[in-house]
Write a protein that binds this ligand. Structure first.
Ligand code: FE2
Ligand code: FE2
Length: 282
C-alpha cells in the first residue's frame, strides 16, 4: 500500500475536561440510587470504554501503514474513550460507593479480552473503517439516549456527562468517516457491499461486550451465579428505554452517510430502515 499522507486536522485530546467540567458533587443521588437498570447500564458502558487501550492496539496493528491514523487513534481516540470510562466510573462510585468496580471489571476482562483481537476485523481497510463508523454511530446515539433518559430522571449531572461523551463520539465518527473515504478511493466499494456490512454490524449490535459486562456485575451480586434470563429482562428494559429516548433518525442518517446518497433518496430510506430496525428489535 502507498505511503499515506492525510491532511485531516488531528484534534489532540478531548475538548472537555471530565474532571473539571462535570460537577460530581452536585449529583442528587436520591434521583438515581435505586435505579438498578441505570446502574447496570452505566457500569457496562464504563467497562467497555475503559478497555480502549486494547482496541487501540488492535487498530494500530491493522493500520500500521498509516502513521497519521495510528497517531490519531493513540493520541486522541484512545485517550478520549479512556476518559469516558473514567468519567463514568467516577459517576458510578459517587452514586454507588459500595460497588466493587475494580473487582467486577477484572471479571469482565476475563470474559471479554479473549474476544478482543483482529480476527473479527473486516477484510479490507476501508471496510474496517466503515465498521468503526457503525460502532461510533452506536455510541453517539446511545449517549444521546442516555442524556434524554437522565433528563427524564431529573438528573442534570448525568445528562451533562452523557452530552459531552455524545459530542466526542460524533467527532470520532467523523474521523473514521474521513479515513473510510481515504481508503475507499482505492477500494471503491459498491453500495451493495457497504449495505451488507452495515446490516451485518446491525445484527451484531446486541453484542458480546454488553452481555459480558452484564454477566460480570450479575455474578458479583449473586455469588458467582449467572442467569441468562435476567439478561433477557435487562435487554427488554433497554428496548423500553430505546422506544422513548433513542434518536432513530440520527442513527439512520449516520449509517447511510457512507452510501453517499442524495438527500431525496436518504429521506425515503429513513422510514424503511427505521421499520427494519424495529423488526430486528434494535
Ligand atoms: Fe466513548
Ligand atoms: Fe468513540
Amino acid at each position: 500500500m502507498d505511503a499515506v499522507t492525510l491532511k485531516h486536522e488531528v484534534t489532540v485530546m478531548a475538548k472537555w475536561d471530565y474532571t473539571k467540567d462535570i460537577d460530581y458533587d452536585s449529583i442528587d443521588t436520591t434521583k438515581v440510587k435505586e435505579n438498578r437498570f441505570l446502574f447496570y447500564l452505566l457500569t457496562i458502558a464504563s467497562f467497555v470504554e475503559i478497555t480502549s487501550e486494547t482496541y487501540a492496539k488492535n487498530l494500530s496493528e491493522y493500520y500500521s501503514d498509516n502513521l497519521e491514523a495510528v497517531s490519531w487513534i493513540n493520541e486522541s481516540w484512545q485517550k478520549e474513550e479512556l476518559q469516558h470510562g473514567k468519567a463514568l466510573r467516577a459517576y458510578i462510585l459517587y452514586v454507588w460507593p459500595e460497588f466493587l468496580w475494580q473487582k467486577t471489571y477484572e471479571r469482565f476482562l476475563e470474559l471479554y479480552l479473549p474476544l478482543c483481537n483482529t480476527d473479527s476485523f473486516q477484510a479490507t481497510r476501508a471496510l474496517e473503517m466503515l465498521a468503526r463508523m457503525i460502532v461510533e454511530t452506536g455510541t453517539s446515539t446511545m449517549y444521546r439516549a442516555f442524556e434524554s433518559y437522565a433528563k427524564s430522571c431529573d438528573e442534570p449531572v448525568l445528562a451533562a456527562l452523557s452530552h459531552y461523551i455524545y459530542k466526542d463520539e460524533v467527532n470520532h465518527y467523523s474521523y473514521f468517516d474521513h479515513y473510510f473515504k481515504h481508503y475507499n478511493q482505492k477500494e471503491n466499494l459498491g453500495r451493495t457491499v457497504i449495505l451488507k456490512v452495515i446490516a451485518k454490524r446491525l445484527k451484531e449490535a446486541s453484542s458480546e461486550d454488553i452481555e459480558m459486562g452484564y454477566q460480570s456485575i450479575y455474578e458479583l451480586e449473586h455469588k458467582g451465579r449467572f442467569e441468562f434470563s435476567s439478561y433477557e429482562l435487562f435487554k427488554k428494559e433497554l428496548k423500553d428505554l430505546a422506544k422513548k429516548h433513542y434518536p432513530y433518525n440520527m442513527a439512520i442518517k449516520m449509517m447511510v452517510q457512507p452510501l453517499n446518497l442524495n438527500k431525496a433518496v436518504e429521506m425515503t430510506m429513513i422510514p424503511v430502515i427505521r421499520s427494519a430496525m424495529k423488526v430486528l428489535g434494535i
